[in-house]
Design a protein around this ligand. Structure first.
Ligand code: ZN
Length: 158
């Protein structure tokens, strides 16, 4: 279950996704939160740099590996506007981070992008749990997912 302060974290992810959109990047944003609720790190998509691996969830995994103990990582939560892609889910799993809460799912995204006529991604669409089977994962979040859908529409209709 997602409580009130967790909803705030999710709304912040949507804000970061909007910042990405406004900077010409794909609209994705993510936050790393410690077991005590402290926000440790946040980032947004930065693929307009030309590096297609600059996803916020990948940056979070690297930051966690560099700055947190194994024990701290296991009890941390990653909030994100969109479910991790297979690359980011694997990075999350390799560094041993904990629960993930996403606003919109990979399945939703692939439907939205197909509707917008966006060519299929070169990477297979898998759920987080197909990549990291024992992880606790929650989402999508009703209503907030509509805001993420809108950001993707705006990105591809430019
Ligand atoms: Zn990713």
């Amino acid at each position: 279950m997602v409580n009130g302060s967790e909803m705030q974290h999710l709304r912040r992810c949507v804000e970061l996704a909007k910042e990405a959109l406004e900077a010409g990047d794909q609209p994705f944003g993510s936050i790393l939160v410690a077991a005590d609720g402290a926000v440790l790190f946040e980032d947004r998509n930065r693929v307009s740099s030309g590096d297609q691996t600059r996803h916020p969830e990948f940056e979070i995994a690297r930051w966690a590996a560099a700055n947190m103990t194994v024990e701290e990582r296991a009890v941390a939560t990653v909030f994100t506007s969109g479910e991790h892609c297979p690359m980011c889910a694997a990075a999350h799993g390799w560094v041993g981070l904990g629960r993930i809460v996403y606003v919109s799912s990979c399945e939703q995204l692939s439907t939205w992008l197909a509707d917008l006529g966006v060519p299929a991604s070169p990477v297979q669409n898998l759920s987080i749990q197909q990549v990291v089977p024992n992880l606790v994962v929650e989402g999508p979040i009703a209503n907030l997912d509509k805001q993420v859908h809108d950001l993707h529409r705006r990105f591809y209709r430019k």
